[in-house]
Design a protein around this ligand. Structure first.
Ligand code: SAM
Length: 289
């Protein structure tokens, strides 16, 4: 059975009385080249254990199972249980788990279900939970690569360089943990039902070490969020308002001592600059204690 053939998917789902759920981000692929290319981009081999979020009818799962040592596919919609039992029958290296991936202890799940394998994520993500899912994958710290299809707009934000309108706090968070690659676009015509937006596939590769030495990682992200919460303000004003721990004069001094004009805006500062700034903020706060 061709799991990307529009007519076959329709007939399969009708036979099981399945209805698409918008709130679960259910847009299934109907173009064979897409799951093949996503699975290929994930760089899998027999030593890889893949976590897939949301197998749907299993078209990407099938491609992953052909390339990886094992696939653990977590699906929230129990209505897909009989569908997947049919489409993935005989795929011995696929394990299905029905539940919410956001409620899983990911490092423990990987240890239990993908032992002895190099963990990776590969998925066509439900778009309504893209940010919490990516945050969970990166914070879990156990995945060597995360290759996912997401909305193009979010992909661009994640991969945007400093100085552009798309540059922001979430992209910096991702950059802190990973090398980022924007791979290719997929048009709405490749899905059923058709989404309103274009999608993009990105690959995130975990860094061996953090890119810069930081005194306090949580403080670094507080500084970054403060900078972008009020992105039109000068950085000294944004830090004064957003952190609540520095006077205007202290914020200006921190920026000057980090090599920045206090009137600079957050969107002009690279990750390394934010690390310098947060280390100076750390010194300033520690001196006050
Ligand atoms: N992989 C299939 C494909 O490419 O055709 C389906 C992808 S569809 C965009 C997203 C899938 O994620 C759906 O099957 C949906 O039911 C599932 N899903 C949504 N939220 C989820 C969650 N929190 N945990 C696990 N699966 C979820």
């Amino acid at each position: 059975m061709d799991l990307t053939d529009y007519n076959e998917i329709r007939a399969l789902l009708a036979r099981h009385g399945f209805r698409f759920s918008k709130s679960l981000g259910q847009n299934f692929l109907t173009a064979a080249w897409v799951p093949e290319r996503i699975a290929e981009a994930a760089g899998l081999d027999e030593q890889t254990g893949v976590l897939e979020v949301g197998p749907g009818v299993g078209c990407l799962t099938e491609q992953l199972s052909l390339r990886a040592g094992k696939v653990l596919a977590v699906e929230l919609d129990k209505a897909l249980k009989p569908v997947l039992a049919e489409t993935l029958r005989g795929r011995d290296n696929v394990e299905l788990l029905f539940g919410d991936v956001l409620k899983q202890d990911l490092p423990a799940l990987v240890k239990e279900k993908l032992p002895g394998l190099r963990p990776a994520v590969c998925a066509n993500l439900p778009y309504n939970v893209t940010t919490p899912l990516l945050t969970a994958f990166l914070e879990a710290g156990c995945f060597e690569t995360v290759t996912v299809m997401i909305q193009r707009e979010v992909a661009r934000r994640i991969c945007a360089p400093a100085g552009t309108a798309d540059y922001g706090a979430f992209g910096l968070f991702v950059q802190w943990h990973c090398e980022r690659s924007l791979l290719f676009d997929v048009p709405p015509s490749c899905f059923v039902p058709r989404p309103k937006v274009t999608s993009s596939v990105i690959r995130l590769t975990k860094r061996g070490e953090k890119p810069f030495a930081v005194e306090d990682e949580q403080l670094l992200f507080r500084v970054i969020r403060a900078a972008f919460n009020q992105r039109r303000k000068t950085l000294s004003n944004a830090l004064t308002a957003g952190l609540g721990e520095l006077s205007k004069e202290q914020a200006e001094a921190v920026l000057q001592n980090s090599g920045f004009d206090p009137r600079i805006r957050g969107e002009a500062v690279e990750l390394e600059g934010f690390v310098k700034i947060s280390n100076k903020v750390f010194a300033e706060i520690s001196a006050k204690k």
